[in-house]
Ligand binder design. Sequence first.
Ligand code: PG9
Length: 639
Amino acid sequence: AAAGSAGAQTPVPTPARAPTPPTRAQDSAFVRQHYRKLEHQIVMRDGTKLYTVLYVPLDAAPGRRYPFLMTRTPYSAGPYGAENYRLRGPGPSRELSEEQYIFVYQDVRGRYQSEGQFEEMTPALPTAASDKARRRGPKGQPAPHDESTDTYDTIEWLLKNVPNNNGRVGIMGISYPGFYATASLPTAHPALKAVSPQAPVTDEFLGDDARHNGAFFLLDNFDFTNYFDVPRPQPVAKYEALFKSQPADAYQFFLNLGPLAGANAPQYFNGRARIWNEYLQHDTYDAYWQARNIRPRLTGVRPAVLVVGGWFDAEDLFGALHTYKAIEQQNPGATNRLVMGPWTHGAWSRPDWSRFGPLNFGANTAQHYRQTLETPFFNHYLKDKGAFNPAEATVFNTGTNDWQTYPAWPPKAAAGRSAYAGANGRLAFAAPAADEKPEEYVSDPAHPVPYSAGVADGRNNEYMIEDQRFAAQRPDVLVFQTEPLAEDLTVAGPLGADLWVSTSGTDADFIVKLIDVLPADTPAPVPNPDELLMGGYQRLVRAEVMRGRFRQSFEHPTAFVPNQPTEVKYELPDVLHTFKKGHRLMVQVQSTWFPLVDRNPQQFLNISTAKAADFQKATIRLYHDAAHPSALTLPVVAP
Ligand code: PG9
């Protein structure tokens, strides 16, 4: 909720593109002259010591006090050693580096120079009881801890031991550090005043890095879980070092790897990747995943919150949207704002983000955000410097390339309009006739639909806006499109897929993609290094996978009855996109998205232990008759 939100859909002019030279505070000589670096091992309530580094402003003026601005990270609080300063300034952003804070970085448990055991998405303690009670723990045993208590203990120590602090603390972090920012909120220390979870990992089974709607994100998991499984204090092995035969073509590499169990071959994980094994062992939304979903704990939120996410974030788009939503729903009085920009994972922290692939935003959107939202947020709540009163939601429209503000997200005025699949590839806003015959395709795990055209050795970000013509050409991808639009159509909020399908097998994945088809006379971008043909470009706006076995419950999967029409309903993450007059809306449906997502054997069996022979072709049908309409519901707002 927000006080003083601006009116609905107010277009905010994007400022002219400004050059982004390094700031004065990012110059390392300047930093050394104006900050002192201090390293501490701060003792937590259970005796574990966490490595914490501080950059303290050296300011001769007597009586000047500074707030703390902290980031807790599994990615290293280094560089280590009193003489080695952060290369990119003392602060987490170039703009914040220009402000004076006591900047704090901490290695979380079990990472780099901190003691303890690293836990994947540390489960929050089951009780929100008073902090005093949590301090004691059962008799003779160490006090229980989670990320909230580690943050609390760190803040307590900082307030008592660092001179010239003003008694206020802020926390920010992107991605995993975004999770640690969120995790500071339950039973927060009273001195914690401002928290910004940015692309925070939030629910690894439902929508963040590990799985989406239960489907396993193969490319990212194979890469990330290696990184997280090297014990302290040895240096973390690089992806390339562990995988000596680094795949030049990820599609081919993962096909050759075969079933998921192949990753534990001696030349790869060899059983050593603890988190990979955990991810696979827990193949339903069981207690393991539920304990790692921080959302139910987000009650009683007192600090001001600024949640930040990117529309093109291939990792934690879900996390940003759903962290905001959970805080909003569970804390009606809290100050909780949302910013969604035209960004890939963390792109708002880059010096310049004026373009992405063929998209040209005409302005440095990252700098604009940092100058008008992030820096004022911390300055206001931690220093009483300036006002902070933006709209509830500041959201970039990816179809018109401008910022818009809303008093609520998703906008309350959005009205669901269903785009129905029909015969001959038709997509229409009218329900289908009674007797339409289903479409069908053969989904073959041996020839899965690639998630991206071309050859690449890892997961790219561009797939999130990629031209889908390569997919439309395949016989195992269904394509439905509208006539050219007679007027602009703006979609704001989550999308609802509602499919009537059948499979000749007993399980199947469904990937639904919403696409903006550009008119044939669309000019190519200038410059055009990738030689893109923009006329007819099938620009991906949003896509999401559903592992069919979870259509009724993520905890209790259900097999399909072969060839029986079955409803599969699920949500695709939000968009703010105007489909312009003359463009077409397109929906594509397919059953593989490889190797972004692992292959479904299309049999109802344990995919983590499946053998090569278990992966079988299946005939998939998509129905679009009056009794079984298949549709994508779009939250439409007035232009
Ligand atoms: N999204 C990232 C991540 C989450 C979980 C495991 C590994 C990586 C991140 O960038 O932090």
